[in-house]
Design a protein around this ligand. Structure first.
Ligand SMILES: C[S@@+](CC[C@H](N)C(=O)[O-])C[C@H]1O[C@@H](n2cnc3c(N)ncnc32)[C@H](O)[C@@H]1O
Length: 297
């Protein structure tokens, strides 16, 4: 396990971007209001045009993209599914270049967040970093399949994938599992046992940091560990739901469903001045900032 310099996965992925800062309590209140009125589109507009949170500014390849790449290659995965694709699909564009479009990537998301403008910007930057000629820009979802071998399905969940009787060699996921409630996570990983072939793999990178700390540098990057479950409910909103599960909780969950864990990577933080007694302060994994799991059946 790599013990590094206390950097969140988010800081590592977005090293040069200076985020608009906002007090985390105010942000949680805003998110509660926006969630209540289901104002997702206005939020995406604000993140793109005003706070520039969705801005695409890749200077380097994000380290966990290479984890997925390595394991997909080693396991000769040809047909993969990603849970939680996001807005720009940058990770999938990278995989498309590196695997020369030989792998069919089916991407699912509970919300339709895809923004082709951000996709095309990410494509331009990733091609530049790799020093390769650019795959043509996408003007429609059909272009994703034709030019990148990417199938984008949203809104879509794993249950619907199972009902369609689709099967895959691998599942990848990046900075998404922390947004799924524990019970739903369990259901998803039980479904994956049926959706992923017996010899298949799951490669998952998880961000364990308090996501409010990404835009409020005045709080510790594990600030949310201070709160009991009932207090945390005041701040947790559907728009930025955070399950606060720790690395050891994921390990237990995966083991309890019968997965074999093959690789673990991660990095530790310092934690806030005190943590709620609901978390195990004697287990140093409680303070992990991010982790990566490779699972097999
Ligand atoms: C932080 S984004 C990560 C996007 C992308 N994987 C990346 O690394 O940039 C999390 C994504 O997961 C999606 N998501 C959250 N819960 C989900 C679920 N239960 N099933 C599928 N997608 C989900 C969100 O809509 C969002 O697009």
């Amino acid at each position: 396990m790599a013990i590094g310099q206390r950097c969140t996965i988010y800081e590592r992925a977005r090293s040069k971007i200076i985020m608009v800062q906002i007090n985390w309590r105010i942000k949680s209140l805003l998110y509660k209001v926006l969630s209540f009125f289901n104002l997702y589109k206005p939020l995406f507009f604000i993140q793109k045009k005003i706070t520039k949170r969705s801005e695409i500014n890749y200077k380097n390849i994000v380290f966990y993209w290479d984890y997925h790449l390595k394991f997909l290659k080693e396991n000769n995965s040809k047909k993969i599914i990603e849970i939680g694709a996001g807005k720009s699909l940058a990770q999938n564009i990278y995989l498309s270049y590196m695997l020369e479009k030989s792998v069919e990537q089916t991407l699912i998301d509970i919300s339709n967040m895809l923004d082709l403008d951000l996709f095309n910007k990410a494509n331009e930057q990733i091609a530049k970093i790799l020093g390769v000629s650019k795959i043509p820009f996408a003007k429609s979802i059909d272009d994703l399949k034709n030019n990148y071998n990417i199938i984008y399905l949203a809104p879509m969940n794993l249950n619907q994938i199972f009902e369609k009787k689709l099967e895959f060699d691998a599942c990848i996921s990046s900075t998404t599992l922390e947004h799924i409630p524990k019970e739903e996570l369990k259901e998803n990983f039980l479904l994956l046992k049926k959706i992923i072939k017996k010899e298949g793999i799951i490669s998952a990178a998880i961000d364990y940091s308090d996501h409010y700390s990404h835009t409020d540098k005045n709080i510790n990057n594990l600030n949310y560990l201070k709160f009991s479950s009932s207090n945390w409910k005041k701040y947790n909103s559907p728009m930025l739901f955070q399950n606060r599960l720790r690395h050891q909780d994921y390990r237990e969950l995966f083991k309890s469903i019968g997965y074999k864990i093959f690789e673990i990577e991660g990095e530790f933080g310092k934690g806030p001045e005190f943590i709620s007694k609901e978390f195990d302060k004697n287990n140093k994994e409680t303070l992990m900032l991010w982790g990566h799991f490779l699972l097999k059946q």
